[in-house]
Design a protein around this ligand. Structure first.
Ligand code: NAP
Length: 273
């Protein structure tokens, strides 16, 4: 069994991004908008700023109070869309309940949408056109699969979870690479039999859900989930000790998809349209 070392690959990708930026005529500038004072969101935003600065991307955090209205947020995004000095815009999710997330995402210029969440980028991906940006987590997973030369074409790929940020774009990206894709969710029947027969299993649920031995000893398991167990320890969706002896490749938590997501986001933030 081989560990998919996302930490090591992410460092190489970040080196590549740094090198690319050092040759650019204009420095990319990522603006991250944070509304409210959610502790986890603040940590994520600060990590993104740190990663951007480490790779030579200028970064600005716009911190807005919880009382910010939808219209106020929209007018800030519109100004950033017009600002030629800003190359990437990211609105940290979740947003407060009084703000319609989809309406806000729809305001971001698709050519500055480093998260790849706008309807235009999602639609381009869905119809097989090149989006301006691919969503960071699935793009990072594809980079990880390619690094370890996991065959995607013709593979039986099973995705657990159908979120807009992981499951759905992952399905489109694997389809684009000619995998046969099954998407599972909380209504899926006979989940275990679907999991066991996967060549590539991507689990993005947020619960310890993969707890069976795999049927194929060359299968590849990518654990996207990240949460704290009852002892407060960071863990993923996959019961690593039980599952890992029965598969060919597996990503750890932490050290797998998490660092790849950040590297993939920086790869996006280095693009200038
Ligand atoms: P999400 O919005 O939290 O949704 C979870 C998905 O899991 C839903 O589609 C849900 O189905 C499905 N699900 C729930 N219970 C299930 C069950 N018993 N059987 C099968 N499917 C079930 O998803 P997300 O935002 O993609 O996050 C998922 C996990 O990935 C979280 O732990 C998150 O922290 C982590 N994550 C990590 C990274 C990273 O960089 N490492 C990035 C993104 C997310 P329904 O649609 O039917 O409700």
């Amino acid at each position: 069994m081989i560990i998919l070392d996302g930490k090591a690959l992410s460092l190489r990708i970040l080196d590549g991004v740094r090198e690319k930026i050092s040759h650019l005529a204009c420095q990319p500038h990522l603006v991250v908008i944070l509304v409210g004072d959610d502790t986890a969101s603040r940590i994520y935003v600060n990590n993104k700023k740190k990663a951007a600065e480490n790779t030579g991307i200028k970064s600005t955090i716009i911190e807005l109070p919880l009382t910010t209205t939808e219209n106020e947020l929209i007018s800030i995004i519109r100004e950033l869309n017009q600002d030629n000095g800003v190359t990437g815009i990211l609105v940290q999710l979740p947003l407060p309940e009084h703000i319609n997330k989809n309406k806000i995402i729809d305001e971001i210029s698709p050519k500055k949408d480093v998260d790849g969440f706008t309807p235009e980028n999602v639609g381009r991906l869905a119809i097989g056109l090149e989006p301006y940006f691919y969503p960071a987590t699935p793009q990072g997973i594809i980079m990880l699969l390619d690094e370890y030369k996991i065959p995607i074409e013709g593979a039986n790929a099973v995705i657990l979870g159908r979120s807009n940020i992981v499951g759905k774009p992952m399905a489109h990206m694997l389809l684009k690479r000619n995998a046969t894709v099954t998407i599972c969710h909380s209504y899926t029947k006979e989940l275990e039999s679907k999991i066991k027969t996967a060549d590539i299993l991507i689990s993005a649920v947020g619960k310890k859900i993969v707890r069976c031995k795999m049927d194929r000893n060359n299968s590849c398991i990518v654990d996207v989930g990240i949460f704290r167990d009852t002892n407060g320890k960071l863990t993923g969706d996959v019961d690593f000790d039980l599952v890992s002896p029965s598969c060919g490749y597996i990503s750890p938590v932490p050290g797998g998809v998490g660092p790849m997501t950040i590297a993939s986001l920086m790869y996006n933030a280095s693009k200038v349209y």
